[in-house]
Design a protein around this ligand. Structure first.
Ligand SMILES: [Cu+2]
Length: 196
């Protein structure tokens, strides 16, 4: 019972911080995430040579569900996929990770989990979900770079997304269905990288 109360407290805090930073949320989290995002990738690339694709498989598949839901302007489906994503982060078995992978996992998963919680808690706010999806995409990119991916993924960039600042997402297909623009500008974006 104590645990349940504690979890509610965390959920409440998350929601409160989400609402209170409503105006700032485009600027501040993006910047802080940007600086975090580059270093784990570089570390992982140079130090953790071993691939571990099975560990991150479930997470990537839920990420792709969120992506599809946002491309279809479906905030409800995005929220339920984000909840599944959040649950999947808790089931990852880190016992086979080497020290560098463990560190990378701890750094990335905590941030990714937070982004997923915000997406899950805001089914009626597509734009807000998209702001968090942008940061989640950076996390997943870093994750895939560090642990590999069982399926080929494409990094797709759209210069118009994120209020013209540009944003990328990861996709399992070359077909461009923009999760930031939704149906209004579905085909906007170019493939930047193929990740195997
Ligand atoms: Cu939020």
């Amino acid at each position: 019972m104590k645990k349940i109360i504690f979890m509610f407290a965390i959920a409440a805090t998350t929601l409160a911080s989400c609402n209170s930073t409503g105006n700032k949320s485009t600027g501040t989290p993006n910047e802080s995430n940007g600086t975090q995002a580059s270093s784990p990738t570089d570390n992982a690339k140079t130090t953790s040579g071993v691939k571990n694709t099975s560990a991150t498989k479930k997470i990537i598949s839920q990420y792709l569900h969120i992506k599809d839901a946002l491309a279809n302007d479906n905030g409800k489906d995005a929220a339920s996929a984000a909840k599944a994503f959040d649950e999947a982060t808790g089931t990852v078995d880190i016992s086979s990770f080497n020290a560098d992978q463990k560190k990378t996992w701890v750094d990335i998963s905590a941030d990714a989990k937070e982004m997923a919680e915000h997406i899950g808690a805001n089914p009626g706010k597509l734009e807000h979900q998209r702001e968090h999806f942008l940061m989640l995409s950076k996390d997943i990119y870093d994750l895939v770079k560090a642990f590999g991916s069982e399926q080929v993924l494409y990094k797709i960039f759209d210069s118009m997304a994120n209020d013209g600042k540009g944003a990328f997402w990861l996709s399992e297909t070359k077909e461009i269905k923009n999760p930031y623009m939704g149906k209004a500008m579905s085909g906007s974006g170019t493939i930047q990288e193929e990740i195997k």
